[in-house]
Write a protein that binds this ligand. Structure first.
Ligand SMILES: C[S@@+](CC[C@H](N)C(=O)[O-])C[C@H]1O[C@@H](n2cnc3c(N)ncnc32)[C@H](O)[C@@H]1O
Length: 268
């Protein structure tokens, strides 16, 4: 084996170990969004899962299709926008997305769509990081819509965005050089969110588009309080009970989840 092939095998083995932890026992239905040439989709298919991959680039889909043609369980790869995948009414046990969400113009709407594709008890696995220090929204390519998360997204911020849509979530830091074929200094992690059975937060399932998250929460009985703040950037916040021990703070201006605070059982 050449040195390069040996290093590739080490990287693949490191990701295969993680996928064994993150995915349910095979065979499950796995949707890999922004699948590229199918690095993760291939590992999932080799583990015995039924995989559907989606990528915007026809060339990537062609390369992914060639790699996935040899897997024991048939896999499908589709050209399409990950933010609204062309999978009809098919549902999945796992939605898997690596290194994509930070490029999307509305990651909140995409997250909500992805969670809606899960069948209970499903899980969403997001592998992301914060690679640059760009602060202001910018387009991915000239002329495209602005990305709110240029340079990647921190685990804290992504976790807040996902929190209202799942029953539980956890962050796994991914500093292991074996995963990246080199030591890394920047923040890299997986955020894994689990649905529960049945859905305790029906307001996350509304069909409005884009979802008016705060106003849907307000209609539910989970709103704890509204508060005026002196910060003109937020002009008041809406606090929503998320779980027994967590309160979600919405920014009223952007209508997006902004932070999570601990609370006691009574929500104080
Ligand atoms: C950095 S690569 C990651 C590939 C793969 N997820 C992986 O981790 O190996 C990003 C991929 O997302 C695709 N992509 C970018 N924007 C997309 C979109 N809106 N919908 C679907 N695919 C997209 C690109 O074509 C590219 O293949």
């Amino acid at each position: 084996m050449t040195l390069t092939a040996e290093r590739d095998a080490t990287v693949r083995a490191a990701w295969a170990r993680l996928l064994r932890d993150w995915l349910p026992p095979p065979p499950g239905d796995v949707l890999d969004l922004g699948c590229g040439t199918s690095s993760l989709a291939l590992l999932a298919a080799e583990a015995g899962h039924r995989v559907v991959g989606v990528d915007l680039s026809p060339r990537m889909v062609e390369l992914a299709g060639a790699k996935l043609a040899k897997t024991p369980v048939p896999a499908t790869v589709l050209v399409g926008d990950a933010a609204d995948p062309p999978v009809g009414d098919q549902t999945f046990d796992v939605v898997l997305v690596r290194h994509l969400i930070w490029t999307l113009p509305d990651p909140y709407v995409a997250l909500r769509r992805w969670v809606s594709l899960l069948r209970r008890p499903g899980r969403i696995v997001l592998v992301e990081g914060r690679w640059g220090d760009a602060a202001d929204p910018m387009p991915y390519v000239d002329g495209a819509e602005l990305m709110p998360w240029p340079g990647g997204v921190t685990a804290d911020r992504l976790s807040v965005a996902l929190a209202p849509m799942v029953a539980s979530r956890r962050v796994e830091p991914l500093p292991d050089p074996a995963l990246w074929d080199r030591p890394v200094q920047d923040e890299r992690y997986a955020l894994i969110g689990h649905l529960s059975r049945p859905d305790p937060y029906p307001w996350t399932q509304s069909d409005s588009h884009p979802p008016r998250l705060a106003s849907q929460a307000r209609l539910s009985r989970k709103v704890l309080s509204t508060e005026e703040t002196s910060n003109p950037a937020t002009i008041g916040v809406l606090k929503v009970r998320l779980r027994a021990s967590e309160v979600l703070i919405f920014d009223r201006v952007t209508d997006r989840p902004a932070a999570i605070e601990p609370c006691d059982k009574d929500g104080d």
